[in-house]
Design a protein around this ligand. Structure first.
Ligand SMILES: [Zn+2]
Length: 100
């Protein structure tokens, strides 16, 4: 495990925050988007939107789960096979918040 601090640490932390924001946005918009698809296009459009949502949720989950910590280089949210989407690295406890 490399304990050196990356000079672009703030930018890399911001990238992790962006990935997390994308994932939570996908999750939060599921019900309203499906409801809207049902209203304007019926079951067929809702099915297409549901499949698209599933693809985006999967991609977001992979992007978040496999994000690398800029300080220790391990996966920020994964330790072994378990995933925690908390605001700290599960290995070195580096915080995603802007203050140290
Ligand atoms: Zn770390």
């Amino acid at each position: 495990m490399d304990e050196t601090v990356s000079p672009d640490l703030p930018a890399r932390l911001a990238a992790i925050r962006t990935r997390r924001r994308f994932l939570w946005t996908v999750f939060a918009t599921y019900i309203p988007v499906i409801w809207f698809a049902l209203k304007i296009g019926g079951d067929n459009l809702a099915l297409v939107v549901g499949i698209l949502w599933l693809v985006m949720a999967s991609a977001g989950g992979i992007l978040v789960s496999f994000a690398l910590c800029p300080r220790c280089g391990d996966r920020f949210h994964m330790k072994g096979i378990s995933t925690s989407w908390g605001g700290r690295c599960v290995h070195c406890k580096l915080s995603l918040s802007k203050e140290k």
